[in-house]
Design a protein around this ligand. Structure first.
Ligand code: BGC
Length: 340
């Protein structure tokens, strides 16, 4: 009898371990679970979250999407998610450099992690990276300015102010570096002039990509450098959210809309392009990116083949992460009617 009781207790323990620890969703009878941790900093992240959830549910996954506004909040979410042992995790990191330690247990438990849109540094826990071609985005912005201002043919001088994204996000550095590689020669020739003199990444970055910070900086630029009636011909904006507040302040100051960039393809940006205030946006279709990410998730969970088109660019300090880099699409007044 005693042996029988011990056997029963052991069986119950083993069954308990399997139902709680194998990552399947107990309430959804064996469905595989994907945990998604994204920032909530811009409208584009909400669209990415919605699109990923929809596509994964169509593939019969259970999806748990969480958003965070600060690094600490996101670290807490990621740690809790790891302990729930999902079959796969997808992370859009608020800070590219803050997740190495937090992800160590994921590696230990064998939970595959996919970096979404932003790379995560200093960890070997990443299986794949799904993103847009961030260097190409920077190039696209620089080339648009070069062409629209006719710089190759001696256009200028034009007054320009520069904004970059959040310093904790690797993408922000790539965008700015590539755009500036194209524009820098024209500052040297005097075809582009930056009246504030604020031209390096640190002086033009927007902490946390928070548009309120960009608004404050734009107000200061306008009062300090443009209140004497000096024209502002062009503004480099790192995304649509920030372009919106920059344009708002320029309008309040009674100045005409400059040539201004954007990124993401926010519906509000499409409206501004149609209205003629924002010049262009580099659109990142969430369905294009999430479809590639779903292929990666299926690869790690089901052993299928993911789409990969880059195995050399994204060395995160520990490993070179196999990536799929999607191609963005530029929309301006000439093709805005085809934007979805
Ligand atoms: C993304 C942009 C986004 C920005 C702010 C960047 O990492 O690549 O698309 O606008 O973060 O969330």
């Amino acid at each position: 009898m005693k042996v029988f009781k011990i056997l029963c207790a052991t069986m119950i323990l083993i069954l308990g371990m399997f139902s709680g620890g194998c990552g399947e969703d107990s309430q959804n009878s064996g469905k595989r679970v994907v945990a998604v941790c994204f920032p909530n900093t811009t409208p584009s992240w909400q669209r990415n979250g919605d699109s990923l959830k929809k596509l994964l549910e169509e593939e019969n996954f259970t999806v748990n999407v969480q958003f965070a506004g600060t690094v600490d909040e996101q670290k807490k979410q990621v740690s809790e998610v790891i302990e729930s042992k999902p079959n796969c995790m997808v992370i859009g990191a608020i800070d590219s450099a803050a997740f190495a330690d937090v992800l160590a247990p994921a590696k230990e438990y064998g939970i595959p992690v996919i970096a979404f849109d932003r790379i995560i540094f200093d960890t070997d826990a990443l299986s794949y990276y799904a993103s847009f071609d961030n260097e190409a985005i920077g190039d696209a912005m620089g080339l648009y300015f070069e062409s629209a201002l006719n710089l190759k043919n001696g256009g200028g001088p034009y007054n320009i102010e520069l904004f970059a994204g959040g310093p904790a996000d690797n993408n922000a550095h790539l965008f700015f570096k590539n755009t500036m590689a194209i524009l820098e020669p024209y500052f040297k020739t005097g075809q582009l002039v930056c009246p504030s003199g604020q031209m390096n990444f640190d002086s033009v970055a927007t902490a946390d990509w928070n548009s309120a910070n960009a608004r404050t900086r734009m107000q200061k630029l306008l009062t300090q450098y443009y209140s004497d009636g000096k024209p502002l011909h062009a503004v480099l904006s790192p995304n649509d959210d920030i372009a919106g507040v920059i344009l708002d302040e320029i309008q309040k100051a009674g100045k005409p809309s400059p040539l201004i960039s954007g990124l993401d393809g926010d519906p509000a940006a499409y409206e501004r392009i149609k209205a003629g205030t924002q010049t262009f946006t580099v659109a990142k279709d969430p369905d294009v990116l999430t479809a590639k990410c779903v292929r990666m998730i299926k690869a790690v969970v089901e052993g299928t083949q993911p789409d990969i088109n880059d195995v050399k660019t994204y060395n995160n300090g520990v490993i070179t992460v196999p990536a799929y880099l999607c191609t963005p699409q530029i929309f301006d007044k000439t093709n805005i009617d085809s934007a979805k």
